[in-house]
Design a protein around this ligand. Structure first.
Ligand code: CO8
Length: 258
């Protein structure tokens, strides 16, 4: 499918989705959000794809929701039209792991988009922020919720109240990103990580994604029970038998997603 605001490349078992509005630092307008949802749904359905990588440009992962599209909206438009609710609903239904490869600005909705992904790998040039306060509004897609869970209350308040940016080093120290690499190595690191995940049983990687995400949506006891039940259910798969047999036979496993 031809898209206007994103570029999709399928490489081996990886769907690489690049945000592509260079003139607006990949600001998330309605077209981009629709196209991104479509590309994600397609990648999730495509049986060849085992992991998804989402990235932007060297200068910006995404500088937030498109301010020019929001500027004239009223409360009735925003609340009545349930602004920005369709996109996360679709995004969060994707069952395959999604890696955000972030270089440059990840601000507002851009930071929130990265946080909706399963792993964030950052280049040393990355800057994260929730600067909506400077526009007289606040975060609307997880900037007060996910960010608080990732970096704690004090830093989340700091970023949301002052609008200051967090650099890559601070983001790694605070638990927002999983690793920081030199800008030149960002894509090779993200693709190598995706390739590593693609080698695993897809049943197991989907189970991991569901279980880790459950930890944000339930009490510890409920989350632990959910995790244990999913763990039990993986013993119904051939991949479990193969993975454990391969370990004992000192060979590489051949997963068949069965
Ligand atoms: N929306 C629209 N256009 C943008 C945006 C944006 N968020 N960010 C940058 N641009 C445009 C600029 O207007 C400029 O366009 P032009 O060349 O036509 O004037 C072009 O991109 C380049 O930007 P700058 O010249 O400003 O580049 P600088 O390097 O000087 O500055 C910054 C880079 C610091 C990133 C700066 O552009 C900036 O502050 N951008 C706005 C950041 C921001 O406030 N983001 C939050 C937006 S609100 C939001 O995200 C709410 C989220 C709600 C949910 C979202 C669901 C998806």
């Amino acid at each position: 499918m031809a898209f206007k605001t994103i570029i999709v490349e399928n490489e081996d078992h990886i769907a690489l989705i690049k945000l592509n509005r260079p003139d607006a630092l990949n600001a998330l307008n309605a077209t981009l959000l629709t196209e991104l949802s479509q590309a994600l749904v397609e990648a999730d359905k495509n049986s060849k794809v085992r992991c998804i990588v989402l990235t932007g440009s060297e200068k910006a992962f995404a500088a937030g929701a498109d301010i020019t599209e929001m500027a004239d909206k009223t409360f009735v438009d925003a609340f009545g039209g349930d602004l920005f609710s369709e996109f996360p609903n679709k995004f969060l239904r994707v069952r395959k792991p999604i890696i955000a490869a972030v270089s440059g600005y990840a601000l507002g909705g851009g930071c929130e988009l990265a946080m909706m992904c399963d792993i964030i790998i950052a280049s040393d040039t990355a800057k994260f922020g929730q600067p909506e306060i400077n526009l007289g509004v606040m975060a609307g897609l997880g900037g007060t919720q996910r960010l608080t869970r990732f970096v704690g209350k004090s830093k989340a308040m700091d970023m949301n109240l002052t609008g200051r940016f967090m650099d890559a080093e601070e983001a790694e120290r605070s638990g927002l990103v999983s690793r920081v690499v030199p800008a030149k190595k960002l894509m090779s690191e993200a693709m190598a990580t995706a390739a590593k995940i693609a080698e695993k049983s897809a049943l197991a990687t989907m189970a991991v994604k569901e279980s880790v995400n459950r930890s944000y949506e339930s009490s510890l006891n409920e989350g632990l029970l959910f995790e244990r039940r999913v763990f039990h259910s993986l013993f119904a798969t051939e991949d479990q038998a193969e993975g454990m047999a391969a370990f004992m036979e000192k060979r590489e496993p051949q997963f068949r997603d069965k």
